[in-house]
Design a binder for this molecule. Structure first.
Ligand SMILES: Nc1nc2c(ncn2[C@@H]2O[C@H](COP(=O)(O)OP(=O)(O)OP(=O)(O)O)[C@@H](O)[C@H]2O)c(=O)[nH]1
Ligand SMILES: [Mg+2]
Ligand SMILES: [Zn+2]
Length: 361
């Protein structure tokens, strides 16, 4: 297979050529103990981590993810009697969609790597939620994937499509969107025309919005299981369990992901300002540079709220996202600092050992 058709980009050329690398693979699935990779010649390899890599990976982001390009060592047969190889390196990612996993072990989790497009799927029913879309949008923009909103199940909209579209356009005036329905095959061609040969798109969205159904339609086969949704709240039952990369007959690649219960953001403040420019423009004109937009005099945000130029919902969303972004940055910076500290301790120990040995001879 021509590696460009597998999603290779010229920027990787300088990283992929090394004598200790036996093959280059694109990661297509993750299993419990290993990852599955596809070589440029079309062979499947079970990719195992070297002890060194699993030891030194300090954040989830340093481990392989679906969509990654990895360099491996020589192949062998593993305990499952399949061709396998040890991952020598995860090549630099040209784009990524990653979320924050909160908690004591707060960390970054890569949902998909090296993707051109992030299809943000939301259905034309109770699932539709602009604030949730904003979260996905931050992840896509921050990671360098182009967002495309897919308004799915328009057959259920019962004539209210226009209303959904109006709300989308008001919140994201510059973003491309596709209306889709699995019943009438609406939207399939449109997505195909975006996902051209060699391009990779990841499907993201809550459980039950119809991601796997669309993926199957685009692949022209039942590659992924699909599930029912609950009647009362239109929520899905988490049918898809892990991300997987698939090949479309026309040459594009799709990563299907499991519906996320929580979408904690990570990114820069600028990502949020770009997403909600009306808010950041207002905030920039507040009297005090460090205005928290609560009770300060001369707060333009409060003024806009009073004049109904800004809605309470928008303001709350902005403040919440801003707080989460700051939290994520703090946590990730702390992790990076610990990793650096450990690295230096190792270097110092090695140097001590070396001078000890020199003294001996
Ligand atoms: N009416 C209607 N139902 C749809 C459409 N697309 C999918 N569905 C139904 O919605 C349900 C959920 O679809 P899935 O494709 O499994 O949803 P998913 O987003 O992959 O869900 P998870 O894997 O749990 O994240 C299934 O019963 C589908 O048949 C559509 O366009 N219209
Ligand atoms: Mg699914
Ligand atoms: Zn203010």
């Amino acid at each position: 297979m021509d590696r460009n058709k597998l999603g290779w980009s010229p920027s990787l050329d300088q990283h992929g050529e090394r004598s200790e690398y036996e093959s280059l693979v694109r990661i297509i699935a993750r299993h419990k103990a290993f990852w599955q990779g596809l070589t440029v010649s079309g062979n499947r390899l079970n990719c195992h981590l070297s002890g060194k890599m699993s030891h030194e990976a300090f954040t989830g982001a340093q481990l392989p993810a679906v969509g990654d390009w990895c360099a491996t060592g020589a192949s062998f047969l593993d305990e499952t009697n399949n061709s396998a190889a040890v991952v020598k390196a995860v090549l630099p990612r040209r784009s990524v969609v990653a979320r924050m996993v909160a908690g004591v072990d707060a960390d970054e989790q890569v949902l998909a790597a090296n993707v051109d497009y992030a299809f943000l799927v939301t259905s034309a029913n109770k699932n539709f939620n602009v604030n949730r879309l904003r979260r996905y949008m931050i992840l896509a923009n921050h990671g360098g994937a182009q967002p495309v909103v897919v308004l799915s199940k328009v057959d259920l909209a019962d004539g209210a499509e226009r209303d959904f579209v109006d709300r989308l356009q008001a919140a994201f005036p510059d973003v491309r969107y596709v209306l889709s329905s699995a019943l009438s095959l609406t939207g399939v061609e449109r997505i195909e025309s975006i996902l051209r040969e060699g391009k990779t798109g990841v499907f993201l969205g809550s459980s039950g919005v119809g991601k796997s159904t669309l993926v199957n339609l685009l692949l022209g086969r039942e590659a992924q299981r699909t599930g029912e949704i609950r009647e009362n709240d239109a929520k899905g039952r988490h049918t898809t369990s892990g991300a997987g990369l698939f090949f479309m007959p026309k040459g594009g690649m799709i990563i299907d992901t499991p519906g996320l219960r929580e979408v904690h953001v990570l990114g820069a403040e600028a990502d949020l300002d770009r997403l909600m420019p009306s808010f950041s423009e207002l905030a920039a004109t507040c009297k005090f540079g460090n205005c928290t937009h609560n009770t300060e005099p001369g707060c333009q945000v409060q003024k806009a709220l009073a004049d109904e130029r800004l809605s309470r919902g928008e303001l709350d969303c902005y403040l919440k996202l801003n707080k989460e972004l700051a939290y994520a940055r703090r946590k990730l910076d702390k992790r990076a600092a610990i990793q650096e500290h450990v690295r230096w301790k190792k270097v110092a120990a090695q140097q001590r050992q070396l001078s000890k040995e020199r003294g001996r001879f």
